[in-house]
Design a protein around this ligand. Sequence first.
Ligand SMILES: Nc1ncnc2c1ncn2[C@@H]1O[C@H](COP(=O)(O)OP(=O)(O)O)[C@@H](O)[C@H]1O
Ligand SMILES: [Mg+2]
Length: 343
Amino acid sequence: MIRLGIIFGGRSGEHEVSLMSSTSAIKAIDKSKFDIVMIGITKDGRWKLFEGEPDDVENGKWESLSEEIKISDLKGLIDFAFPILHGTYGEDGTIQGLFEMLDIPYSGCGVLASACAMDKIVAKNLFDKAGILGSDYISTTEESFKNEDVDRICAALSFPVFVKPANMGSSIGIVKVARKEELEEAILEAFKYDSRVIIEKGINARELEVGVIGNHKLILSEVGEIVPSAEYYDYTAKYFDGGKSRMIVPAQIKPETREKALELAAASYRALDCAGFARCDFLLDKETEDVYINEINTIPGLTKFSMFPILFQEAGVPYGTLIERIVEFGYERYYSKNNRKAN
Ligand SMILES: Nc1ncnc2c1ncn2[C@@H]1O[C@H](COP(=O)(O)OP(=O)(O)O)[C@@H](O)[C@H]1O
Ligand SMILES: [Mg+2]
């Protein structure tokens, strides 16, 4: 039987979301097909083997009930790694690189796609290059911003704008700015999280999401809509609004808009060289009905109530099957890479 390593927790600000996603996944996986090995990463980066109840992952008790392991022990403990980690050191290519070094097959995107999708500036450049519509944007760095004022940005974009650290998630460090006078402060705020910052033209938009699985031939989910409880989908609206943000599945949109979103999901997944699975997020302009790519999440939330599994459920792929398919795609990628002559 395949020893499936569910890697949870992690060093990012999305540690708790990971615990919830992982508990859902552990419970849904068919135990007659997989031997589940639970590996937690503490907030300070220690790796621990946990052999208790899945509910103790979600409530955090796993940490005191587990044994610390060395990263090099991983290869002997698992056959396949399934990281359910969000944000830095989990979704950004770093842990994927570790699996490559240890020669362990793993789920989802590889190093390149993970890193590109996590970096909003790089991702926007690649979407542009592939001819996929995104909101207008401009970027700056902490070094160069010392010697410029906000005029270059104001000349390039109209307000409102969204100021974002290049590498973050969960809307952390993101500020919507309505006026020139507030721009500098927002940019300085974003520099607290990253030395590179992107400023995007704000779209008056509805938010659509599409799940994608596969390596070559892609399987697309239904299209869903997120209706945030706040003015936009900020950190509080995502996790702490007591469920007031709503998910509408399938999204109530025109058939041609649905087709467009599905087509762009496949195109943007390919533009970043995604593999295994990912969730593509779009902005649907309320006035023009244009569909803009916003971002790709390479490890989307996987709790039972998360958008990604719900979108696939609607498309006829239940949770357990979804996880199994993702594992199959991971193996497919691993063997295809290893069988190439260059290795
Ligand atoms: N250009 C934009 N126009 C309109 N709303 C935006 C724009 N960029 C971001 N938002 C809003 O901010 C939220 C978070 O931005 P996003 O780029 O998805 O960051 P994160 O990676 O933190 O999820 C989006 O879900 C959306 O509500
Ligand atoms: Mg987002």
